[in-house]
Design a protein around this ligand. Sequence first.
Ligand code: ADP
Length: 526
Amino acid sequence: MPRAKTKPRKAATPPPADAPPAKAPVAPAPSATASVETTAPLKVLFVASECAPFAKTGGLADVAGALPKALRARGIDVRVVMPLYAGMPWSELEVLDGSVSVPMWWGNAHARVRVGKLPGSDVPVYCLEYNRYFDRPYLYGTPAEGYPDNLERFTFLSRGSLEVCKALGFQPDVIHCNDWQTALVPVYVNTVEWGKPLHGAATIYSIHNLAYQGVFDGGGMFITGLGREHYNATEFEHFGALNVTKAALRHSTLLSTVSPTYAREIQTPEYGNGLDGLLAERRGDLAGILNGIDVDEWNPAADRHLPAAFDVENLRGKATCKAALQKEAGFAVRPDVPVFGIVGRLTPQKGFDVLAHALDRVLGWDVQIVLLGTGDDDAQRFFAYVDAHRGDRFRAWLRFDNGRAHRIEAGADFFLMPSRFEPCGLNQMYSLRYGTLPIVRATGGLVDTVSSYDETTAEGTGFVFADLHPEALANTIGWAVSTWFDRPRDIQTMRARAMRQDFSWGRAARQYEDLYHRAVKARRGH
Ligand code: ADP
């Protein structure tokens, strides 16, 4: 079987004329012998279906792009594996010699491996190149539906990530898996790798969003390459279907999710999406670790997307950003009117249907609202309609636009997140850092990051409501509006407090490192 070597060679295709000069070969990851430490650094394989800045549809990519860097800063030898999608900078990635051979149900898939680095770090990102599965316009499917062969595509990623380890001679202490696309990894470690070196690796399964579980027809079990005997009620079978997350929850050494509150919520029927029983059973193995944010990418003092920089000591730049946003939206440029920002996927999770019902009342007030999002057709149509009819104070941009997301965070005064559920949520943390007070529903990570305004003490960093109802949302927006006009000093106080919060990845990385050590201990005992 041809094996990939760690020695990179140049990309086979010549770079386009305007491409940056070929990069130096990827620095080898640190080895135990090169270190002066007495104990070898922890080795972690981080498997994810998306990773910023290479490919991103949501918060998972932000985590995969930032957490490994913070782990690396703690001395951990961490390496990322992901698919090579269309639209990634192929020619800038080094092609490794040879290929990996990934056992699939139909035979062996021979995949090239390209390697890049997380920007500003020496963390290698190994990209599995298999065009039949990943050279497509979308990561998971069209906006209307997932690709019909998603089980096969992510079986390939899961199995392929283990083959990458073997090809590199990398024996991880921990394999950190993320969401359903990687859920088969812990199962393979316990089954097809039985009695082999990788069987010694501890596995962590992180839930970024339990709403997406990887549910398929039970007849597809053969695609995983695992025997039919695994299609039982304690592993893959769940309410008559094949559920890969269920198998991961059973097979992983330890579990985690992205906020303490969500860790508690998913053990209840309201938030557990049918897996609450199993999660409650494993509650002692389930950690809630709040995500950090990429404080370099989201830094109002040095944000290349903004017309002006600002920080907590000097907010003049924020006023410039607000005026520019109002102009961009085609609104009257008025410093006195409160601007509300919304960025996110237009799905039921985010509570935009509730916002839709509250909007008529809210637009009766002297406010300006900008929305940036893509998603459900109905939601897009509705917001486009409001945009067309109330364009003086409501603008909907129905596309994905990272630069504009930054400009909204910077230019708005308030940020709306009426989420039905929110495992962690990143936007409210970006908002806090940009002095844009979040208005959030009390769920998941929103509870752990935003404290509600107290009118008697001016404590708080935002406005929190519990009842997922248009009335409650409109009332809370009204509360923010009245605070804006009647108690502007409290807004300033909260803004300064919000901007001083520390959501850097350092804290989260420390907690993950503890979790990894716990997992290694548990696995060795096992
Ligand atoms: P989720 O992962 O559930 O979508 P998060 O708040 O955790 O929600 O993260 C969403 C991320 O995706 C943020 O970085 C946000 O700025 C970004 N995002 C979502 N929709 C858009 C969009 N239409 N344009 C630009 N960025 C977007």
